[in-house]
Design a protein around this ligand. Sequence first.
Ligand SMILES: [Zn+2]
Length: 186
Amino acid sequence: MTDKLEHAARRIIEEIGEDPNREGLTRTPLRFAKAWREITSGYKRTVGEIVGDGIFSAESDDVVIVANMKFFSTCEHHLLPFFGECSVAYIPDKKIIGLSKIPKLVHMYSQRVQVQERLTRQIGEAIAEVIAPRGVAVLIKATHLCSVMRDIQDHDAPMISAYTQGVYREDNAHLDFFRRTVGYGS
Ligand SMILES: [Zn+2]
């Protein structure tokens, strides 16, 4: 076995007292390596590559909201999944970003090991960087398996994180509208 991820998986199986040669486990290191390459494939991608030429002139400065995008990520403290919904709002200045690009940015940053706060901020900063809007806000509501799977009482409540920039930071009315629209984060 030359693949380091496969080797690591085999070590984990041994360390927890299982038999890596047992029928159900023989191909597990291979599957583990494949799954981990996929769920961390966001390291190989960049904002520039994802956004490409998907930037257009704004015809108004009305709010744009992409609500409740599902995402799955991996907590960097326990290497266990956290997942939930991400919503993005921005108020354009001169530019807008193609709507399909926003879920792709969420996906790219989710496919890395993360803490929820950083994931929230990176999505907001990427949008702020590519279209320089009047303001951006990102809300994430997530369940962390490192809390709910382990024997920690009262830690199964979802965690909510927010990033705000520009007018979303200066004027609560914008953020309140966003929160009411997506139904969480208040
Ligand atoms: Zn964790």
